[in-house]
Design a binder for this molecule. Structure first.
Ligand code: 0A1
Ligand code: ZN
Length: 864
């Protein structure tokens, strides 16, 4: 009767085209938890209703569970069997029934952090995507929506706080135990279920919605962390207000709780009415969090809150539609953060991230469309493509129709699909109907992977002086997609006229929708200065050969700040790529442009700080046929040093005077600190005698983490005495604060020193290092994979270290282990020696016995 074999050795591939509606719905579910850290008993009562016309078995998914008892309509039931981990119940001719199942789980042994697990004595859940099946048997698919009633009981002293989704409708005590009954009136898929039990304290506040309803807000943390929850609370209230103002979306329960937990695989989770967060995105105070950490808290709090509509009220039909909720919600949180701060700086940050994380994914063996066609393990698809490229695709629609029509489209989407499990196609149709636009060709963005490449060229009619912009697009082949059709690509362009013959230039939106297209620009006496893909209106690569003086002109004069940033970055990139390929022509133009931009720093220092930053080593590598990590590091450091030395007075000028008070979180203060960090890095790169002393002084005088971390990171690149001293001071001061200790590991793994791989190896043996905490793993090993020259050390030591980690971590936490594989999968971009070393490590990983589905899928696809 029972076959408890777990995951099959060869992962099964699931195809989008195989989707079938559920044969049974579960309109109501009652869960009863008898809580214990190493034994929790779960009694589930599922009211099931048949949807299929003919009798069909009830398939309840399970992962690592044994059914302790099965009853149907109150009677002991024997017509069931196991299929792998799943429980199949034969209900005969019935069209409705109540199925009761008991399971017993061990949260303390749950190192995967999926399902119900223990973190620091507290119990919490993570159910997206397929964690609910580790708690009880259930269809566990997002198109099965139920009303939940949850009773939990446990030791009062161990679990003084008992939380679940919705409203607490009853509570009581029994000896040393107490219990609570929670009810969520909104039907939801199982991935949005949550439960928390632990010793927590709360920051309470409230928000009055646009229709005048009072909502109680609570942010629950461990004792001692309470005074670091203020920023998250402000972010929550601002998000609630913003969603009402910008999307007309009001919160729909009387209570909204957030719980922060130290052990968490991702950033946070949007469970209905009970968001669970990685502490990293809740806790912030000036002493322990940088300005970027503050922005991260604001953005993630908003993201999870916005999911209440884009994700919860309208959810996904199946996991292939993941970008329906994630792409849209990222777009919403990006717009929110832009409104809260500086729109151009936010756009620059978002594009930087897209280029760093998504473009390489789209160009490698793991490339997939934002709506994938197949997967083996859905956890592997929480990617930059689904999230960030997904957001770009929503942004393009918004750009094409403008804000008012876009709002009509989203209103229609929410109205049509409220309470439903929808598809990406539903979203596109709602925008088409609501915003009145034909998106027939645009839909290709959902199905075609790969970053489109656009070549641009300006032609001139010698007789008339008419200029024409010639555009061509190519969508590169990706795994399983050798041939692509031309896409619809919205490009914001403007052609500046330098000698007044053309008259006023206007920006326009060109819809490139063919393989090639000619766009008349009009008459210009001299060559127009073309600003193209302004604001990064489309997630594409534009190849457009421009001279240094054109880029310098645009960097100084373009009226779109993003385009100014792009022009300066392109100038730096051209200079660096030339230097790396041995065709260096000098750094004069870059230095001049940086000086010009710096001269304008009184405007928006945050923008200036972003604009004068050199492109990352990885992005320089992305421009090359074969990445040469050592030459890239050498040339980037040389250019950084040259800029540092040539503009020494300017950088010192930036650093002169006091830093803004760390408690000042205004835009100006944050921008000022950001620019000071950049200035310090330039001075240090110039190798000035007093650089280490200066960095150490800033480190010691700092009244907050932004300055302190920037100075420490700068010192960490060098080998001064001050380096060791500062690292030691930092460690002693913050050894009891896990989030700050993460930074201590991270700055060392980011170091540009040649011995960084050895240092990381050593740090992995540090008593404070642990594989049990995903943040710690990411802060050490994740930072190393982002350190190009270190990770790609020619002898393969970096690759070996990451493969060793994957092998050691997989049995404990396959999800986090699998996330470390993509950097090894980029082997095709490197020289033969590195290729062989990288492939060998992937093969070594795959040769392990009992490998998870997560790691198997990522490693095998990476070798293809
Ligand atoms: N939906 C969440 C992301 C998330 C996904 C899976 C998780 O399982 C470990 C956790 C969180 C979001 O977009 O924020
Ligand atoms: Zn999300």
């Amino acid at each position: 009767m029972t076959d408890l074999s777990s995951t099959p050795a060869i992962p099964v591939t699931i195809h989008r085209g195989d989707y079938r509606p559920p044969e049974w719905q579960v309109p109501d579910i009652a869960l009863d938890f008898a809580l214990g850290i190493d034994e929790t008993k779960v009694a589930a009562a599922l009211s099931v209703v048949r949807q299929a016309d003919a009798p069909a078995p009830l398939v309840l998914r399970g992962d690592g569970l044994t059914p302790a008892a099965v009853r149907v309509d109150g009677e002991v039931w024997n017509d069931w069997h196991m299929d792998g981990g799943d429980l199949i119940v034969d209900l005969g001719e019935r069209t409705a029934a109540t199925v009761e199942i008991e399971t017993v789980i061990n949260p303390a042994a749950n190192t995967q952090l999926m399902g119900l697990y223990a973190s620091n004595g507290m119990l919490c859940t993570q159910c997206e995507a397929e964690g609910f099946r580790r708690i009880t048997f259930h269809p566990d698919r997002p198109d099965v929506l139920s009303r939940y009633r949850v009773r939990m009981e446990g030791d009062k002293a161990a679990f003084p706080i008992l939380l679940s989704n919705g409203n607490c409708i009853e509570r009581g005590e029994e000896g040393s135990d107490h219990w609570a009954l929670w009810e969520d009136p909104w039907p939801k898929p199982s991935y949005l279920f949550a439960l928390v039990a632990g010793d927590l304290v709360v920051n309470k506040d409230s928000f009055t919605t646009m229709s005048g309803r009072k909502v109680d807000l609570g942010i629950w943390v461990r004792e001692g962390d309470l005074d670091r929850t203020g920023h998250a609370m402000d972010a929550l209230k601002n998000s609630m207000k913003w969603d009402e103002a910008v999307y007309g979306r009001e919160y729909d329960l009387d209570l909204f709780n957030i719980v922060a937990v130290g052990d968490f695989n991702m950033g946070a989770m949007e469970n209905k009415g009970l968001n669970i967060f990685n502490t990293r995105y809740i806790l912030a105070d000036p002493d322990t969090a940088t300005d970027l950490d503050y922005d991260g808290v604001e953005g993630v709090v908003a993201h999870e809150y916005f999911h209440n509509w884009s994700g919860n009220r309208v959810t996904c039909r199946d996991w292939f539609q993941l970008s329906l909720k994630e792409g849209f919600t990222v777009f919403r949180d990006q717009s929110f953060s832009a409104d809260m701060g500086s729109p151009p700086v936010k756009r620059i940050e978002d594009v930087r991230l897209l280029r760093a994380a998504q473009f390489p994914e789209d160009a490698g063996p793991l490339a997939h469309p934002i709506r994938p066609d197949s997967f083996q393990e859905i956890s592997n698809f929480y990617t930059a493509t689904i999230y960030n490229k997904g957001a770009e695709i929503i942004r393009m629609m918004a750009t094409m129709v403008g804000p008012e029509r876009f709002r009509k489209g989203t209103d229609l989407y929410f109205e049509r699909h409220d309470g439903e499990a929808a598809t990406c196609e539903d979203f596109v149709r709602a925008i088409e109907d609501g915003a009145d636009i034909d998106l027939a060709q645009f839909r290709l963005w959902y199905g075609q992977a790969g970053t489109p490449r656009i070549t641009a060229r300006i032609g001139t009619d010698a007789a008339t002086g008419e200029r024409t912009l010639h555009l061509a697009q190519l969508v590169p082949p990706t795994p399983g997609q050798p041939d692509k059709a031309p896409m619809q690509i919205p490009l914001r362009i403007k052609a500046f006229d330098l000698d007044g013959g053309h008259g006023a230039e206007e920006e326009r939106l060109v819809l490139l929708d063919r393989a090639e297209m000619a766009v008349p620009l009009g008459r210009y006496r001299s060559r127009p200065m073309l600003s193209i893909n302004r604001g990064f209106s489309a997630p594409v690569i534009v190849d457009f050969a421009r001279e240094e003086d054109e880029l310098a002109w645009l960097a100084a004069h373009d009226d779109d700040p993003f385009a100014r940033y792009e022009a300066l970055q392109q100038l730096m990139l051209d200079t660096l790529v030339a230097a790396v390929s041995g065709k260096g022509g000098g750094s004069g133009a870059v230095i001049e442009a940086v000086a010009q931009t710096l001269a304008g720093r009184t405007g928006d220092p945050a923008f200036v700080a972003e604009a004068v930053l050199l492109p990352s080593e990885a992005f320089i590598g992305d421009q090359m046929v074969t990445v040469d990590p050592d030459a890239i590091r050498r040339e980037r450091l040389a250019l950084q040093g040259a800029i540092g030395a040539a503009l020494e007075a300017e950088w010192r000028g930036v650093l002169s005077g006091d830093a803004p008070a760390a408690t000042d979180l205004s835009r100006g203060a944050k921008g000022g600190r950001r620019l000071r960090g950049v200035a310090l890095a330039y001075l240090a790169a110039a190798g000035l005698d007093d650089a280490a002393a200066l960095a150490f002084r800033i480190f010691s005088d700092a009244d907050g983490m932004t300055e302190r971390q920037a100075a420490l990171a700068t010192l960490a690149h060098g080998d001064s005495e001050e380096r060791a001293h500062a690292l030691d001071i930092f460690y002693q001061r913050y050894r009891d604060n896990p989030l700050v200790l993460d930074k201590w590991f991270q700055v060392q793994a980011w170091s540009l020193r040649p011995d960084t791989v050895d240092a990381v190896k050593e740090l992995a043996r540090h008593p404070d290092f642990t594989l049990a905490n995903p943040n710690r793993v990411r802060s050490l090993y994740g930072a190393l994979t982002g350190n190009q020259a270190a990770f790609h050390r020619a002898d393969g030591a970096g690759y070996r270290l990451i493969a060793d980690l994957v092998i050691a971590l997989d049995p404990k936490n396959p999800q986090t282990a699998a996330k470390m594989i993509p950097p090894l999968g980029r082997w095709k971009r490197f020289d033969e020696g590195r290729q062989a070393l990288m492939r060998a490590e992937l093969e070594r990983i795959l040769a392990q016995r009992g490998l998870s589905r997560d790691v198997t899928e990522q490693a095998s696809k990476s070798l293809a």
